[in-house]
Design a protein around this ligand. Structure first.
Ligand code: GTP
Ligand code: SPV
Ligand code: MN
Length: 577
């Protein structure tokens, strides 16, 4: 169907990676960075139209529209396959087809899943080397008739005989389709070469398809970081946190605590697969092998462990290129006067324009993170003690709240809202509900997904993780961050650990339990008391308005809304008076 000129099987070797990156340097698609500054690393510039996920072109093609639900784009699978087959026919002419066997999760682990991505993008192939486990050993596990998830990808730009290629081939927006056929565990992606649109193991497999499998099989596939926090006594706490895209998962996953004696280790920064273990607790693995992280804002000050993860063997996309052939982006420690910007143009600081795209990303091996947890590849996973939900809210939502119980926590996650970011191309700048940070990633009806969360709570009973809600992004009237964030977020995590240990009390508010001022560790932090008060303020009137909005929102799901959710909403209403 695709009619490539050549077919190559990817074996995941370093020689293969070097050959592909060299090929891309030779064709002008990639720039090799200064070997002395950033060894074995490359910069790519995408087409200016292909810079992020495209939610309006992302489809859940289940048999019925009801199965996809009101928050997903739906097309009848038969019709969509017809449309896409037409696009795919001859789409790889003049190009090489790469066949990439990969494992999400440690190869051979019972929780892992195998995928095979077919792509005509050497950039995708190189990124898959870092983000997943690629290689012949995957084929060995697969054997003659093992189960795998087929992932078909094309940039959608066939080359005619003798036609010169462009640095970043892709199709126009109206020809892009990021399609999922959940009943067949099948992924078809066409027209984009960027991130979650094209690295199909990530959002397409590990979230949209896996969420369907998880629901059928009784486990969870979530848009969550996983970290291990160790207190001064050496006690370990495992935390899984769901924040929407570009809302702080990578940063929290590898935070350097500012409070003495506490340590943090990273297990994953974007996706968690969780299953109930023999002891009845919930165990999480990170199905990925690398970080595909937001570059702008990442610095030695904000996220030193990320900066050290990308010192070598990394891929950079849509970052700026400095005069000494290194990368740069807004918010990096040292300012930059002159560079080549993400569009390949001369750039000076005086121009007032951004040198890196706001959704510029680094692809770095997780194993290079200095605080990667020694158990990060343990096939058994780590037992989750705490769930954290949150989002980007400049107003209304306090720094931290604890749910009264698991069902209340599910309600908090389900009603989560966040201001939109540059991680998706076509969502505008608004506040939107993003339940469990899964709005763009839940592969079935969101109301059924909420029901699945309640069902998991019923199974976990008293072994269910404690649930908290956070907001690092509250601002003052003049638009200044009230909370310093980053490493200081360890103070909030400390309070959570003390809560589940039963060491500190809390004050009950209508929206949840909140810290007593005396219990919250602000020592050594120069935070004006009035800022702390504003951070923790609960405006009942604002939450009453939010309840009205929540009712209108839930009405879209009709009678599929789980009764537990309605019960929680009514209880909140009563508490708010
Ligand atoms: P995806 O990879 O898109 O899923 O995003 P993510 O949730 O991993 O987001 P990430 O950690 O990369 O953060 C995105 C942006 O939020 C970056 O520009 C960060 O600098 C900023 N950010 C992260 N944590 C904090 C914080 O505690 N306070 C403030 N003010 N900004 C933060
Ligand atoms: C996100 O948008 O949540 C990401 C980046 O993690 S992407 O892989 O492009 O989806
Ligand atoms: Mn993400």
């Amino acid at each position: 169907m695709c009619q490539p000129d050549r077919v190559e099987w990817a074996n995941g070797s370093e020689a293969e990676y070097d050959r592909l990156t060299q090929l891309m340097v030779d064709t002008g698609m990639a720039t090799k960075l200064n070997e002395k500054k950033r060894s074995h690393s490359y910069l790519f510039r995408s087409d200016p139209s292909d810079v992020a996920r495209v939610e309006n072109r992302t489809y859940i093609a289940s048999t019925t529209q009801e199965q996809a639900g009101p928050t997903n784009n739906w097309i009848d699978p038969v019709e969509l396959k017809k449309t896409m087959t037409k696009l795919y026919t001859g789409c790889m002419r003049g190009r090489t087809m790469y066949v990439i066997p990969f494992s999400m999760g440690p190869i051979g682990s019972p929780i892992s899943k195998i995928g095979i991505e077919i792509t005509d993008s050497p950039y995708v192939t190189a990124n898959m080397h870092i983000m997943t486990r690629v290689g012949d050993d995957v084929l060995e596990v697969l054997g003659e008739n093992g189960e795998f998830i087929p992932c078909l990808h094309s940039v959608g730009a066939p080359l005619a005989e003798g036609q010169q290629d462009v640095p970043w081939p892709c199709a126009p927006i109206e020809e892009k389709y990021i399609a999922h056929f959940p009943e067949e565990n099948l992924i078809w992606s066409y027209g984009s070469g960027y991130g979650g649109n094209a690295l199909l193991g990530k959002k397409c497999l590990a979230l949209r398809i896996a969420s369907n499998m998880a629901r059928r099989e009784g486990w969870m596939a979530e848009h969550m970081l996983i970290l291990r926090l160790i207190n001064p006594e050496g006690k370990r706490f495992h935390i899984a946190a769901a924040f929407p895209s570009a809302c702080g998962k990578t940063n929290l996953a590898m935070l350097v605590p500012t409070i003495p004696g506490w340590k943090c280790e990273c297990i994953g920064d974007d996706i968690a697969w969780m299953k109930i273990g023999a002891d009845g607790r919930l165990y999480a693995i990170n199905p990925e092998a690398g970080f595909f992280g937001v570059a702008p804002g990442t610095s030695m000050k904000s996220n030193p462990m990320a900066m050290r993860s990308l010192e070598k063997n990394s891929i950079f996309t849509n970052c700026a290129l400095t005069d000494d052939q290194d990368i740069w982006w807004e918010g990096m420690d040292e300012p930059c006067d002159h560079a080549i910007d993400w569009k390949g143009h001369e750039w000076t600081a005086e121009s007032g324009k951004a040198a890196a795209h706001p959704n510029a990303r680094f692809t770095a091996p997780a194993a290079q993170c200095p605080v990667i947890c020694e158990d990060w590849e343990d096939p058994a996973g780590v037992p989750i003690d705490i769930f954290v939900f949150g989002g980007r809210r400049t107003r209304t939502v306090p720094l931290v709240t604890q749910a009264f119980d698991f069902d209340h926590g599910v309600f908090m996650g389900a009603m989560a809202a966040s201001e939109t970011t540059a991680a998706a191309l076509d969502v505008g700048q608004t506040l939107r509900r993003d339940p469990f940070a899964m709005l763009p990633f839940c592969g079935y009806n969101m109301a059924d997904y909420w029901a699945h969360w309640f069902a998991m709570g019923d199974k976990l009973k008293d072994k269910a993780p404690a649930v908290f809600y956070v907001n690092w992004f509250r601002t003052s009237g003049e638009g200044r961050w009230l909370w310093p964030g980053f490493g200081e977020n360890s103070r909030v995590l400390k309070w959570m650990c003390q809560r589940i240990e039963g060491n500190v009390g809390a004050q009950q508010t209508p929206i949840g339990n909140m810290p007593l001022e005396a219990d919250f560790d602000l020592s050594g932090l120069d935070l004006p008391p009035e800022d702390f008060a504003e951070l923790m303020e609960v405006d009942n009137e604002a939450f009453r308005r939010d309840v009205e909005d929540a009712e209108a929102y839930l009405a879209k799901f009709g009678d599929r809304v789980p009764p537990q959710l309605t019960t929680q909403l009514e209880a909140l209403k009563a508490r708010l008076g």
